[in-house]
Design a protein around this ligand. Structure first.
Ligand code: XMP
Length: 319
């Protein structure tokens, strides 16, 4: 696509002009935006860029390994893997209020990011994958008091606190344009088309108290569900799909025994921008087959439900 090819050239020129010979830190989340920003900046300034990947232990199955392999091994981008799962999960122990969860994760995220970023000597810039909608969303509350439904996890205020200047090469782009730029930069298609994943990760898909046991069960169930969606060729029609593990155990029968395991809810929505969403109309066959697979393949779950709430009145995530 010629437009993206020229955008890429122009963005690289601007990054070089802004950064000169200084060092840049980029927080990688594993999402499309920060990944495209990192690859673009790396193309512009090479090893003047160091990425910091904060692994809070709330990622999906194999996700951390995939991010580390792709950036470190495939792109040779210097990457610090901050494996801080114990810290985050320890701090979340006994917490079940959604806002407390979000704020705890957000605060720790900033602390951890700062700790690792401080190890990168001479850094003067912080790169972020801010998109155009992020830029307008932060100033576009029109009329009446705005209501905070959920505290969003981001690193707002961090650059000032750390005395760093911002590099935001995606500021003029919409999501579909970022994907096009990612393709232009040669990022794998499977990676570019990935569903959005929230900063607080699996914590907000585990209503009630978070335990390592529940997180492990959730990761497996989610992997089976996504595998089903991919096998049926539905992944790209869906904005986001995931499993939430419910804070309730139910009775079931398996073979000739009684089970007493967790119930889970499947979520899948279509959406244009995440602001509104409709539940995805899976066939009964698909839902039945998926429930059977999850119950057979995931120890710890014996009941599967499908969430048919649209947004509004629901939100996409459960917390
Ligand atoms: P909700 O649940 O509010 O989510 O309908 C709308 C979209 O935003 C994502 N989401 C987040 N993304 N940090 C993020 O980066 C967050 O704290 C966060 N909370 C929700 C959610 O996955 C959906 O795509």
């Amino acid at each position: 696509d010629w437009t993206m090819a020229s955008y890429r050239e122009e963005a690289i020129r601007k990054i070089r002009e802004q950064v000169g010979d200084k060092r840049v830190i980029c927080g990688l989340s594993g999402g499309v935006d920060s990944s495209v920003a990192a690859v673009l900046i790396h193309e512009a300034i090479g090893d003047q860029l160091t990425c910091v990947f904060v692994d809070h232990g709330l990622l999906r199955l194999n996700e951390a390994e995939e991010v580390v392999t792709m950036f470190r091994d495939n792109y040779n981008i210097p990457l610090i893997h901050a494996d801080e799962a114990d810290l985050f999960i320890g701090a979340l122990e006994g917490v079940s209020d959604p806002e407390v969860k979000r704020k705890t994760i957000g605060r720790l995220f900033i602390d951890v990011f700062q700790k690792y970023a401080n190890q990168i000597e001479g850094a003067e810039f912080l790169a972020q994958g801010t998109l155009y909608p992020d830029v307008i969303e932060s100033v576009s509350f029109s009329g009446g008091p705005s209501v905070t439904i959920k505290s969003h996890h981001n690193v707002g205020g961090l650059p000032e606190k750390m005395g760093l200047k911002l590099v935001e090469p995606l500021r003029e782009l919409f999501k579909d344009e970022v994907r096009a730029l990612g393709r232009e930069l040669g990022l794998p298609e499977k990676f570019i088309g990935r569903h959005p994943f929230p900063g607080p990760g699996l914590a907000i898909r585990c209503p009630g108290e978070i335990t390592r046991e529940k997180l492990d069960i959730l990761r497996l169930a989610d992997a089976v569900y996504i595998d089903q969606i991919r096998k049926h060729g539905l992944y790209d029609e869906i904005w986001q799909a995931f499993v939430a593990i419910l804070p309730v155990r139910t009775v079931g029968v398996m073979g000739d025994g009684r089970t007493y395991d967790f119930a889970c809810a499947l979520r899948a929505v279509t959406s244009v921008d995440g602001m509104t969403a409709d539940y995805y109309p899976f066939t009964h066959e698909f839902l039945g087959e998926t429930a059977t697979r999850i119950i057979n393949e995931v120890k710890g779950i014996n009941r599967v439900t499908y969430d048919i709430t649209s947004k509004p009145p629901g939100t996409i995530e459960w917390e």
